[in-house]
Design a protein around this ligand. Structure first.
Ligand code: DGJ
Length: 699
């Protein structure tokens, strides 16, 4: 809700309030929802909505441009404020959606006639405020834009910064440090949001926590700067690394949308971000819809398969109760390893037994849906595409390109390349009549170059091209379930989730490792988007062994799948998997759409998902380490109704007891029956995991 009183504007969500003073371009307040007091009485603390060089504010600025006369300074003064009835779309870029009146603020530099527009939309039901900005060149000469951040938030006080960092197979590990005095930067320069630093960050102190994210999948930058004047400035936007955009006369540059949220603690912040992603980012048929249990052949076969092998896995998948069979990498061109064929999106008839269409029909005849893997933005030098169009590849003239995973990238900034990708990928989906598509992206950008594209514009033009392509393809197949993937979860960000309703969280399928990866991901993203698969034992990434029960329990934190050769398992294991899938389907709504909380204890980690009415919950507790003589592990649950009694049972076991919600949440309790200490004595280093089912007792 937006209320305007002269120059004072108040944006409310259910639990937060943002107060802006338009004429002085200031934030007066952002945090827990205010009562009905006079907002004009809030004293100014000099917290600005934007900043540019040329003033005595020497903190990192949100806007930098060079005018035709070579000057960098801008004196942007208030011009007007209005409330738009609908949230405007951002041309060429994905953004959040939903009923949201939007505040538009305009500031003009009188000398140059350059205008800065800021947009604020408050989403009541998730307590998130979406912010974006636009620069319009009203001058008589082109200007060069060097930086336009999407969001600036000035705060007072001392903060710590939480980021989610890692690499391939270890995405989104949580790190917290004192912001200190000076500048802290979280960013990506590799052309995609990256495995290294996710754009979601938190800025925390004893009064609460602010969360920030960017609806963008390219180079991003979040800075937190504690100035010597006691202000802490947060900037979120496109990375200005190598960024230099020529803005012709009369044209606009649109920065991607950023989002911010305040909450009293990290658990509450996650719930708000989850609601926001579920309601205002994920869209189309799969929004709020239960996701199918899939079986993917990647870790089961890698590139080594034929029709018979695939159909035998599919048959076992059907028998176990899975709903979707996904054919991963290796079905096209002459691809038998990762050195060839990317770009040749035609069927390898030998490996698929006559092509995708016939394979898909056979899978469907078994009663399963059919899904297909593609990696549309890539090209192998050993491909017909490269032989015919070497200039489609992203590479610098006269230089040997950097090969990563033996492949090059396509120059998606080029419209001809975009059209090629749209045409060929649409054809793959249409000819296989796919129900699901896994869109992979397995390398970072290196030789950024496209003929005629200025170097300073390349990264962003790539993103605009990529979004054009993915938008066209997903619109053409509105019923298909698209899952994003980038060598695991390297491009899991809000921009991706506007097109892909779910995302492959990590190539690391080891249960122990997954606990940290999924927990880190869950700070900013809901379990409804996290692909989580049970894979073979010993695990292919770590060599570690974990019980089938532990692997299943951990995968239940996300969207359940199996990624192993089911035909190689014993009868007992297949029966166990069938019972896991049947349990998951029965409880899928709760697991996928309940309120998700992380559970953390001494040597334990897991999660609990609570139904919206708090009458039911499922908790998974994993004991990460155990030594003989250790006291019984204790747990403390979250999100339950403190006034209710719950019947608590163990999924694999006969222990049942009725316990109050308050006790379960307020006491560290060593629940009897939690762990099998006989098994623990024979501990082989794997995690010990239990799933608890909680049902509210009717009094
Ligand atoms: C990386 C993905 O994350 C894997 O799941 C798999 O699809 C491979 N690529 C295939 O090359």
């Amino acid at each position: 809700m937006i209320k305007k009183k002269g120059q004072y504007i108040r944006l409310d969500t259910a639990a937060t309030t943002l107060v802006i003073r338009a004429d002085t371009a200031e934030y007066l307040y952002y945090g827990q929802r205010l009562g009905g007091g006079d907002i004009a009485a809030i004293p100014s603390a000099g917290k600005k909505l934007f900043s540019c060089p040329g003033t005595n504010d020497y903190t990192e600025y949100s806007l930098l441009f060079e005018s035709a006369d070579g000057g960098f300074a801008a004196d942007l003064q208030f011009s007007k404020a209005r409330v738009l009835a609908e949230k405007p779309e951002i041309p060429g870029l994905p953004s959040s959606y939903g009923d949201g009146k939007t505040l538009e603020l305009k500031y003009v530099d009188a000398a140059s006639r350059l205008s800065l527009f800021l947009y604020y939309t408050a989403f009541d039901n998730s307590d998130v405020i979406a912010v974006s900005s636009k620069l319009v060149n009203g001058t008589r000469k082109p200007v060069r834009l060097r930086r336009l951040m999407s969001l600036q938030l000035d705060l007072t006080g001392d903060y710590s910064v939480v980021t989610f960092d890692g690499g391939w197979a270890r995405e989104r590990q949580r790190h917290e440090r004192d912001a200190g005095c000076g500048i802290f930067v979280n960013d990506s320069k590799s052309g995609y949001s990256s495995h290294a630093h996710n754009p979601f960050i938190e800025v925390k102190n004893e009064y609460g926590v602010y969360g920030f994210n960017l609806v963008y999948s390219g180079n991003h930058k979040e800075t937190v700067e504690r100035g010597t004047d006691g202000r802490t400035r947060v900037l979120v936007g496109i990375n200005d690394y190598m960024f230099d955009w020529a803005l012709p006369v009369g044209e606009s540059f649109y920065a991607p949308e950023a989002v911010m949220c305040w909450a009293p603690d990290e658990d509450a912040l996650s719930l708000r971000m989850h609601a926001f992603v579920g309601e205002h980012i994920v869209r189309g048929k799969w929004k709020r819809r239960e996701r199918p249990v899939l079986v993917n052949n990647w870790e089961g076969t890698y590139f080594d398969f034929n029709e018979e092998k695939l159909l035998s896995i599919a048959a076992a998948a059907k028998e176990a109760g899975a709903e979707l069979f996904v054919l991963d990498d290796g079905w096209f061109g002459h691809r038998n390893d990762d050195t060839s064929s990317l770009g040749d999106w035609y069927d390898n008839v030998e490996k698929t037994g006559g092509g995708l269409a016939s394979l898909a029909d056979k899978v469907r005849a078994m009663g399963l849906s059919f899904g297909i893997w593609v990696e549309p933005e890539m090209i192998s030098e050993d491909s017909d595409l490269y032989r015919a169009h070497p200039n489609y590849a992203m590479k610098l003239p006269g230089r040997k390109p950097v090969r990563l995973r033996n492949q090059l990238m396509l120059n998606m900034a080029d419209e001809r390349v975009q059209n090629f990708v749209v045409r060929t990928i649409c054809d793959v989906i249409a000819r296989s009549n796919a129900d699901y598509v896994k869109w992979d992206f397995n390398r970072s950008m290196t030789d950024c170059y496209g003929k005629g594209i200025p170097a300073g514009e390349y990264f962003h033009r790539y993103m605009l091209g990529y979004y054009r392509v993915v938008c066209k393809i997903t619109k053409r197949f509105p019923f298909v379930l698209f899952e994003g993937c980038a060598g695991g979860g390297g491009r899991l960000d809000l921009g991706s989730l506007c097109f892909f309703s779910q995302y492959w969280t990590s190539d690391n399928t080891d249960a122990r490792e997954r606990i940290a990866i999924q927990s880190g991901t869950s700070y900013g993203y809901p379990q409804t988007v996290m692909g989580a698969h049970v894979s073979a034992c010993p695990n292919h990434q770590t060599g570690a062994s974990n019980s089938l029960e532990a692997r299943f329990n951990v995968a239940c934190e996300g969207l359940l799948g199996y990624e192993l050769d089911l035909t190689k398992l014993s009868e007992e294991e297949r029966a166990e998997i069938a019972s896991q899938i049947s349990f998951y389907k029965e409880n899928r709504k709760l697991l996928q759409f309940g309120d998700h909380y992380r559970l953390q204890g001494k040597n334990t980690a897991g999660f609990i998902t609570v139904s919206k009415d708090r009458n039911g919950a499922i908790a998974v507790v994993n004991l990460l380490e155990w030594h003989p003589g250790d006291p019984a592990p204790c747990i403390r649950l979250k999100g339950l109704n403190p006034a209710a009694n719950y019947e608590v049972s163990v999924r694999e076991g006969d222990w049942v007891r009725c316990i109050g919600g308050d006790v379960l949440m307020q006491a560290d309790i060593p629940l009897p029956g939690l762990f099998d200490f006989e098994a623990a004595k024979r501990w082989s280093g794997g995690i010990m995991s239990r799933m608890y089912i909680l049902r509210r007792q009717r009094s």
